[in-house]
Design a protein around this ligand. Structure first.
Ligand code: HEM
Ligand SMILES: *[C@@H]1O[C@H](CO)[C@@H](O)[C@H](O)[C@H]1NC(C)=O
Ligand SMILES: *[C@@H]1O[C@H](CO)[C@@H](O)[C@H](O)[C@H]1NC(C)=O
Length: 338
């Protein structure tokens, strides 16, 4: 019975996977993600920079590799930066804009890192092909390269995103922070054209990287000081976390067992009540997501393959591709002055 259920479930995943591939081949923005209907010239393409900046992917890859070699933790930070970009106004590099009241200055963006990497890549790309390559495309490719560098899958990145001109802190503060329930998470993803499978798969990014203790403080004790830890937290793990979280901005690994490996331990941890974030633990408890968690915990190749598919979908959210949409910024931190 159990075996049979597993089999059917895997079949469903395979079908979803093929569906995902078909969508990513078509490269259209998911319809639910944007009110705008894409016309053929509006689509992203694999050959977008073939004539205008043929070496762009090599430049990006070399820079990301050099930075990650110096500081391994940047790989995870770049992947998260891409998520926070795409989650607000689509993948338009709005997260990079650095002015008063911008997304980057929001409370929820406080622990984002990797801005300097993108800045340096952009400077190099501008030298080689000035005014051609968008910051949104650079960040998208950098997230792919960061994934590969930490042992994750490779996927082809379609290009042609323009950079947005609008960035509002209040909108960045709506990106999930780790205390939401699964319904909130599903709704947030669905509003961006991502389904429940994408939610569980992309949460698997937490197989690497770190969180500040600040983000999990509510699980360790409550605010009026009476000690009351989250009952869904493994007691042994709780002791470890309390030892590490003496200060609010100390770091703890998101994957408590293999923090440096891009693997499925993250999903196995959920079964041991060892998720760092309560949102991650929630995926194991909720009947809409738990079968997917269980399948991924035992099928590493399923995680790897579907991660690539879901990342392409993430990178295609509400992209600006029309002639009149957005711009190619000269400096990723500011909109063009003219
Ligand atoms: C499902 C909703 C999600 C929630 C609630 C969430 C929440 C968080 C939180 C609270 C942190 C730690 C922040 C800190 O205190 O420093 C974090 C880190 C991270 N998140 Fe998520 N996240 C979600 C989805 C995603 C997605 C979709 C991705 C990528 C596709 C992602 C990639 C990462 C990575 C790589 C880190 C580690 C960053 C670093 O080490 O600098 N997350 N996330
Ligand atoms: C989830 O949280 C939201 C608030 O963020 C709340 O309105 C909603 O009732 C909660 N849903 C469930 C099923 O707990
Ligand atoms: C807590 O974690 C340990 C491993 O650290 C595991 O052996 C144990 O089964 C977990 N306890 C629960 C209740 O899941």
């Amino acid at each position: 019975m159990r075996w049979c259920f597993s089999f059917i479930f895997v079949l469903v995943l395979v079908v979803l996977h093929l569906d995902g591939l078909a969508r990513s081949r078509a490269l259209a923005t998911p319809k639910t993600a944007s009110p705008k209907v894409s016309s053929p010239q509006d689509l992203l393409s694999f050959t977008h920079y073939l004539n205008t900046c043929p070496d762009v992917e090599g430049i990006i890859q070399n820079k990301v590799r050099a930075w990650v070699k110096k500081d391994y933790t940047l790989a995870a930070s770049i992947i998260r930066l891409h998520f926070h970009d795409c989650a607000v106004r689509g993948c338009d590099a709005s997260i990079l804009l650095n002015h008063a009241g911008s997304e980057r200055r929001a409370e929820a963006s406080k622990t984002l890192r990797g801005f300097q990497v993108i800045e340096e890549i952009k400077a190099e790309v501008e030298k080689r092909c000035p005014g051609r390559v968008s910051c949104a495309d650079i960040l998208t490719a950098a997230a792919r390269d960061a994934t590969v560098l930490i042992g994750g899958p490779f996927w082809e990145v379609p290009f042609g995103r323009k950079d947005g001109k609008v960035s509002i802190a209040r909108e960045a503060n709506r990106v999930p922070q780790g205390h939401e329930n699964v319904t909130d998470l599903i709704q947030f993803f669905q509003a961006r054209g991502l389904n429940i499978l994408d939610l569980v798969i992309l949460s698997g990014s937490h197989t690497i990287g770190r969180s500040t203790c600040h983000s999990i403080q509510h699980r360790l004790s409550n605010f009026n000081g009476t000690y009351k830890p989250d009952p869904s937290l493994n007691a042994t793990y709780l002791r470890v976390l309390k030892g590490k979280c003496g200060r609010r901005y100390n770091y703890v690994d998101l994957d408590g067992t293999t923090p440096r490996k891009f693997d499925t331990e993250y999903y196995k941890n959920l079964g041991k009540k060892m998720a760092l974030l309560s949102t991650d633990q929630g995926l194991y408890r909720d009947s809409r997501t738990s079968p997917i968690v269980e399948a991924l915990a035992t099928q590493p190749e399923l995680f790897t393959n579907q991660f690539a598919v879901s990342m392409v979908k993430l990178g295609n959210i509400q992209v600006l591709t029309g002639k009149k949409d957005g711009e190619i910024r000269g400096n990723c931190n500011f909109v063009n002055p003219y």
